[in-house]
Design a protein around this ligand. Structure first.
Ligand code: MN
Length: 477
């Protein structure tokens, strides 16, 4: 993935100025230290050049977005035709080659060359006039804080491209009678590009039958290198390895980066995949339990934005009012990237589903600021709900709860945070991410054109209800 840098100018200034504009632009591009590379593409001087470049960007699968900057004045009517065609994320970088105004060197030639304060306003106008979804970052290009903002947008842009190509495999349907894990898969494909389709559990079982003992040996060795083995029941661990190998084979064959399953449909399987799903998540696959393909998809997207980050499928389970904490966990499937310690592989009976005792990773989640992310189908549209939370080390050991777990406090305060989540319709399943920032989420929602509801330190139930009413007007389809 790379980003194209396009400098706006025009023919009026003459060749010498345009050469300087290109030289400076190349220097700016070379000075950007970002998670994804940026390539200087051209100094655009005509309508045709811009339209051609936008067309090329649209059809280049490696181009994740365009960054524009007007070193000089670039009349915006010549950008209209190109911008009308733009299908890639756009960031308007409102920067300037020089940090300061040189007292002696400034003359009218200097003014004509270094006039982004002027040219970028013309450029900003056409973005606003055309109501283009765009990120705007202002500041000196060498400033690390300014570059960090571009980095955030890059992650959102990469996440949006990943989304538009995302395939999600559903093994079995949703858990019976559950509402929030349902959703309009056609709408999700129109809005987010997700291809959500079902694969027979029976075919997964057939795939499991093909897994060899040697393949299981090899994966169990990997488990041993990553996790502490805290069970004598290696048969259960080996069974999970078999499930993992078979699930991943189907995902690779389909080209899918996320999957869901349900304990209500494990026909022909002896265990609910626990360790298997956990280890697959740690490798970057999205996962959703009980048929929750929406959380599976969002987990995969967050992991694609932060390949080395900490993110997991999560579920709000139970409260401690005295400590003002939510205990988050799941029956089994929490990703070890959020672990505070080396996870242990344990085998315990599972009271739900009527299957054999599954091997699972047991650990405590780490402390730190995080976000709980829920994508819901609000009826005719998708709503992305994001709440700031603070994860804490669990205050007690809970020795009889052998699952991965974490505790967190929601913003703006415990009870108001709970009220806001319920008012917004947030699911009991979330993606818990320790990395994603407000800007990344906002950029992502803007690029995808979906409703975003944020719950943070500034939120009140009154402001939230107003946001939801506005969303009903803006996003109703
Ligand atoms: Mn659940």
């Amino acid at each position: 993935m790379k980003f194209w840098f396009i400098t706006g100018s025009q023919l009026m200034y003459g060749e010498e100025t345009l050469r300087q504009v290109e030289k400076d632009s190349r220097e700016i591009v070379a000075g950007l230290k970002l998670p994804f590379p940026v390539e200087y593409k051209l100094t655009a001087k005509t309508n045709a050049e811009i339209a051609q470049t936008v067309k090329a960007a649209n059809y280049d699968d490696e181009c994740a977005g365009i960054i524009t900057f007007c070193h000089t004045f670039s009349p915006s009517k010549m950008w209209i035709n190109g911008f009308s065609l733009l299908q890639k994320p756009w960031l308007h970088f409102h920067t300037q080659y020089n940090e300061s105004i040189p007292n002696e060197a400034i003359d009218m030639d200097y003014m004509n060359l270094h006039q982004s304060a002027h040219g970028d306003r013309e450029h900003g106008f056409i973005g606003a006039r055309m109501r283009m979804p765009r990120a705007v970052v202002a500041g000196y290009w060498k400033d690390p804080a300014v570059q960090a903002k571009i980095a955030d947008w890059q992650r959102a842009a990469v996440g949006s491209l990943f989304s538009k190509d995302l395939k999600i495999v559903r093994f079995g349907d949703n858990m019976r009678e559950v509402a929030v894990t349902e959703g309009d898969k056609v709408e999700a494909q129109i809005q987010l590009g997700w291809q959500v389709n079902t694969w027979a559990v029976g075919d997964l079982v057939k795939e499991m039958d093909k897994v060899t003992e040697a393949e299981i040996d090899s994966l169990v060795k990997e488990y041993e290198s990553l996790y502490e083995i805290a069970t004598d029941n290696m048969e259960s661990v080996r069974y999970q390895a078999k499930e993992e190998i078979a699930i991943e084979r189907i995902l690779v064959r389909v080209g899918a980066k996320a999957f869901s399953n349900t304990f209500e449909d494990l026909y022909g399987m002896k265990q609910l995949p626990g360790l298997a799903s956990q280890h697959l998540m740690s490798k970057g696959y999205g996962f959703g339990a009980e048929g929750d393909w929406k959380t599976a998809g969002m987990t995969a997207i967050v992991k694609a934005m932060y390949p080395d980050g900490a993110a997991s499928f999560m579920e709000d389970y139970t409260y401690d009012y005295k400590h003002e904490l939510i205990l988050g966990s799941h029956m089994l499937e929490v990703c070890p990237t959020i672990a505070a310690e080396k996870p242990r592989i344990e085998v315990h009976h599972l009271g739900i589903g009527g299957k054999d005792a599954p091997a699972r990773l047991v650990f405590e989640g780490r402390a730190g600021d995080a976000k709980a992310i829920s994508l819901i189908d609000a009826g005719g549209r998708l709503r992305l709900i994001v709440q700031d939370v603070t994860c804490e080390k669990p205050f007690q050991t809970m020795p009889n709860l052998p699952v991965a777990r974490t505790m967190w406090k929601p913003q703006p305060s415990f009870l108001t945070g709970l009220e806001c989540w319920i008012i917004a319709g947030g699911a009991h399943h979330t993606v818990l991410s320790y990395d994603i920032t407000d800007d990344v989420i906002r950029d992502f929602a803007r690029i995808m054109g979906i409703e975003l509801v944020t719950i943070n330190a500034q939120t009140t139930t009154v402001s939230l209800e107003r946001d939801l009413m506005l969303g009903d007007i803006i996003y109703r389809r």
